[in-house]
Design a protein around this ligand. Structure first.
Ligand code: HXC
Length: 257
């Protein structure tokens, strides 16, 4: 898999995607988004890959959509290219995705991180939706996902002013699941990804799907959705193996079926 603006590597069960436009703080241009979409499709199709980590570098996860590329676009250009649709692909992935965020995580970069299942932040991470300062608004989920993470009032404040929040506030409000020193943020994300990758794959997929339904379904339907998936798992070999292994006091050996 050779790309120009991202680096994709596979480390055992992990698919790793590094955004690689450091000179412009990993600004997301059309080419990056197309490559990211292709890489995600490749990793989703690769049975050896169980968990995906997306990261940038210590200074920037991503400073958002590429302003230089976007500035002259017409609505028809935007509609035809429809590059924000790549985010739908991220939403539909069955494999868990972790964003490992350090430095700037702004605009489309913040939206990309929030489209992942888990965010691990370095102490230097800064999150924000500064689109208002460009005369536009977030266009890839910022107005929808940030309020779900931070609550309406704080999200409204950030989106209407373009101000950033730091890693500790992001942690306190639940936007990220942990904050670690810059030197280890990527390793911490990989270590979490390895831990998830070692679990029963069908159960992982179902758990991810059920948690994400929280944002889409009323409670009754969500509980029903969860219950049916729970029952269905009793058709898998991994359910038998997991429970037998527990009772026999030995580690389970997952088959992924
Ligand atoms: C294009 C960008 C960029 C961006 C930074 N650069 N962000 N280029 N698009 N989003 C470029 C700068 O022009 C500069 O290039 C180089 O990266 C380094 O940036 P500096 O500004 O010199 O660094 P610094 O002073 O440290 O400031 C960092 C910063 C600032 C606070 C992150 O760069 C900034 O405010 N960037 C824009 C953030 C933003 O508004 N994002 C939202 C974009 S709209 P040169 O050539 O001068 O070295 C968006 C919409 C999403 O995301 C819609 C759906 C996807």
């Amino acid at each position: 898999m050779a790309f120009e603006h991202i680096l994709v590597t596979i480390e055992e069960a992990l698919g790793l995607i590094q955004l690689n436009r450091p000179k412009v703080l990993n600004a997301l241009n059309r080419a990056v988004m197309t490559e990211l979409g292709q890489a995600l499709a490749d990793l989703e199709a690769n049975d050896a890959v169980r968990c995906i980590v997306i990261y940038g570098n210590a200074r920037a996860f991503s400073a958002g959509a590429d302003i230089a590329e976007m500035q002259a676009a017409t609505p028809v250009d935007m509609l035809r290219q429809n590059w924000i649709a790549q985010w739908e692909r991220l939403r539909q992935l069955t494999k868990p995705t972790i964003a490992a965020v350090s430095g700037y995580c702004l605009g489309g970069g913040c939206e990309l991180a929030m489209a992942c299942d888990i965010i691990i932040a370095s102490e230097s991470a800064q999150f924000g939706q500064p689109e208002i300062n460009l005369g536009v608004i977030p266009g890839a989920g910022g107005t929808q996902r940030l309020p779900r993470a931070l609550g309406k009032s704080r999200a409204m404040e950030l989106i209407l002013t373009g101000k950033f929040i730091g890693a500790q506030e992001a942690l306190a409000r639940g936007l990220v699941s942990r904050v670690v020193p810059v030197e280890v943020y990527l390793e911490e994300a990989k270590s979490l990804a390895r831990e998830i990758a070692a679990k029963a794959p069908v159960a992982v997929q179902f758990a991810k799907e059920c948690v994400n339904k929280v944002f889409e379904l009323p409670l009754g339907e969500g509980l029903e959705y969860e219950r049916r998936h729970f029952y269905f798992l009793f058709s898998t070999e991994d359910q038998r193996e997991g429970m037998r292994a527990f009772l026999a006091k030995r580690p389970a050996e997952w088959k992924g079926r």
